[in-house]
Design a protein around this ligand. Structure first.
Ligand SMILES: Cc1ncc(COP(=O)(O)O)c(C=O)c1O
Length: 374
């Protein structure tokens, strides 16, 4: 009976694996999920709590959060009809790919990148076309252009700045790719606030095939609240609304996000602090003998050492520092990713790393080799 029930689940779904971070929820120094290390200050939280208390909890929110959509549009100088708010940008990835992908539809993705995109192509049974990034993690624009000409994909996904490599495309390069793409181009800008490039939102007027995905999870320090938004041509957004899950944004979510927009000066301050800390972290990493560190236009840094990544991950975890082992992404062997934390957290990470890679590094590495670990 159970076997027959299971057979009713699409094979494409049964072949997937659930998305799990696979790490403890807490650690003395938690630098594994690219979160903003600075939580909202208590006085702002208190004001917010007053607003949430004043809401009627027994009533449904709007089907789609009208006030927040308008506020975001005003913030970007766009029309409200060009904005669609989702329960985190993850929900909007499901929305866009669900609206576009079906068997026979081709999706081009420069990889390695955020794993949810390839998973969604498989979930919706499309055809995934992957273009490798360059050896140094930068985007190979010529290879993407050649793939656009050669495969004519229905959708091109650009995560810029990219996770996990921390590189970004120039705005002009995104414009060129949008001009040459035969289909839609989705630009995921989860880390845009930490980049030196202007947002692809500025290209929307010239390229109506562009959709830009943003989130309040990173720069706005609201990962726990779950708000993302999609921006594009009014006609495209109108179609996507038809597939949107209604009531996904609670009245609480909306109130919090609205307050965050009012407090954009606080957000800007934290972005500046994070970028300064990122540059300090990169500099300090580059001074540790044996450590290779890549440039970053995000709120995280990736690096490798002569030690196998799982060994280094474990040694850091034993010292209370949680980072992300990204060595199982294609062509990322040996690499780990560390989110930019508070100055104190970054110092504790650097101290632990020096301890493992420095004096103890050889011992730990030899020990790992004899046990046959990567
Ligand atoms: C590339 C990318 N997009 C989006 C997100 C965040 O999604 P959400 O807005 O659902 O928090 C992340 C988070 O790690 C990410 O790395």
């Amino acid at each position: 009976m159970l076997a027959r029930a299971l057979e009713r689940i699409r094979p494409a779904v049964r072949a997937l694996r659930p998305y799990v971070v696979g790490a403890p929820r807490q650690a003395p120094v938690k630098l594994n999920q690219n979160e903003n290390p600075f939580d909202w200050p208590e006085p702002i939280k208190a004001r917010l709590w007053e607003r949430v208390r004043a809401l009627p909890w027994n009533r449904y929110p709007d089907e789609y959060p009208v006030e927040l959509t308008r506020a975001l549009a005003r913030h970007m100088g766009l029309d409200a009809g060009q904005v669609l708010v989702g329960h985190g940008s993850n929900e909007l990835m499901y929305l866009v790919l669900g609206a576009v992908v079906r068997p026979g539809v081709r999706v081009l993705v420069p990889e390695p990148t955020f794993a949810l995109y390839s998973k969604l192509v498989r979930y919706y049974e499309g055809e995934l076309l992957s273009v490798p990034l360059r050896e140094d993690g930068s985007f190979d624009v010529e290879a993407i252009r050649a793939a656009l000409r050669g495969h004519e994909p229905d959708l091109l996904v650009l995560v810029s700045p990219n996770s996990p490599t921390a590189h970004r495309l120039l705005q002009a390069e995104i414009g060129q790719l949008a001009a040459e793409a035969p289909g839609l181009v989705l630009v995921d800008e989860a880390y845009a606030e930490f980049s030196d490039q202007p947002s692809a939102i500025g290209l929307l007027g010239a390229h109506p095939n562009l959709l830009v995905l943003r989130t309040l999870s990173k720069a706005a320090a609201l990962a726990g609240v779950r708000i993302g938004y999609l921006v594009g041509a009014r006609e495209l957004i109108e179609e996507l609304y038809k597939a949107k899950l209604p009531f996904a944004i609670s009245a609480w979510d909306e109130a919090i996000a609205l307050l965050a927009l009012e407090e954009s000066a606080w957000i800007a301050e934290q972005i500046a602090r994070i970028c300064a800390e990122r540059d300090r972290l990169r500099d300090a990493l580059s001074r540790i003998p044996g450590v290779e560190v890549w440039p970053s236009w995000t709120n995280f840094v990736i690096f490798r050492t002569p030690l196998p990544a799982p060994v280094l991950f474990r040694e850091l975890a034993q010292r209370g520092v949680l980072v992300r082992d990204i060595s199982d992404y294609p062509r990322m062997e040996g690499f780990l990713r560390v989110s930019v934390g508070t100055p104190q957290e970054n110092d504790r990470f650097l101290e632990a790393l020096r301890e493992v890679v420095g004096a103890g590094g050889r011992q730990v590495g030899d020990h790992a080799k004899t046990r046959g670990e990567r």
